[in-house]
Design a protein around this ligand. Structure first.
Ligand SMILES: [Zn+2]
Length: 210
């Protein structure tokens, strides 16, 4: 009898991979975040990435981080990956007790606004590919961690409990255990993209529009 494959990926890797693919959809030149929400039976409930609200033209609005007026920067208009994933879920009641997987190229945890939405949706676990645990000029993660602690949301970085300054541990970047996975994912996506280009070229040559 043949043995089963041994190098298949686990569920956390699978859904972090889905979140990473969603992040690649983002048009934001600075930040690419993706989210994937699953239920207790490993069924995908929703996905999302950071971008403008539905139907808004991403070639017209500014992608600038700084401008004399804030309304001319990208910030007032951006919807975060976590918000989009919650908003995209067709059956909100199924988010209760669900797990949200997050891929952030910068290692960002959810901001305080997304943390409110996550708590309100009843999501009980947030799994991040890697985590920046220091505060940045833009973000103070303290409100997020306070809301998660009080609202019963457990946040982990690929299996490790998150250690946040002021929440019982030392600062510093969590080791990116997901990096090997993302290298593999990235090469696999390049392979798929190359295949897609070949198919498109063949369609061009044959005049097919399907
Ligand atoms: Zn956010």
């Amino acid at each position: 009898m043949r043995e089963k494959r041994q190098d298949y990926i686990d569920w956390d890797t699978t859904f972090l991979g889905v979140a990473a693919v969603m992040a690649l959809r983002s048009k934001d030149p600075d930040t690419q975040n993706g989210a994937c929400v699953v239920d207790g039976d490993h069924r995908v409930l929703s996905v999302g990435y950071n971008g403008l609200p539905r139907g808004m033209c991403d070639s017209v609005f500014s992608w600038d981080r700084q401008a004399p007026k804030r309304c001319d920067t990208k910030y007032p208009y951006m919807v975060h990956a976590e918000e989009n994933a919650i908003d995209n879920c067709l059956r909100r009641e199924r988010l209760h007790g669900a797990t949200m997987y997050l891929y952030s190229a910068k290692g960002y945890p959810p901001c305080n606004e997304c943390a409110k939405d996550i708590v309100n949706a009843g999501i009980s676990r947030v799994v991040c590919a890697s985590l920046l645990v220091e505060n940045t000029d833009e973000y103070d993660w303290t409100p997020t961690m306070r809301m998660f602690a009080s609202g019963g949301v457990r946040i982990v970085a690929v299996g490790s409990p998150v250690l946040i300054l002021g929440f019982g541990a030392s600062p510093g970047r969590q080791p990116a255990r997901g990096s090997q996975m993302f290298e593999r994912l990235s090469s696999e996506l390049s392979r798929i993209a190359a295949m897609t280009r070949v198919i498109e070229e063949e369609q061009c040559q044959t005049g097919s529009t399907t």
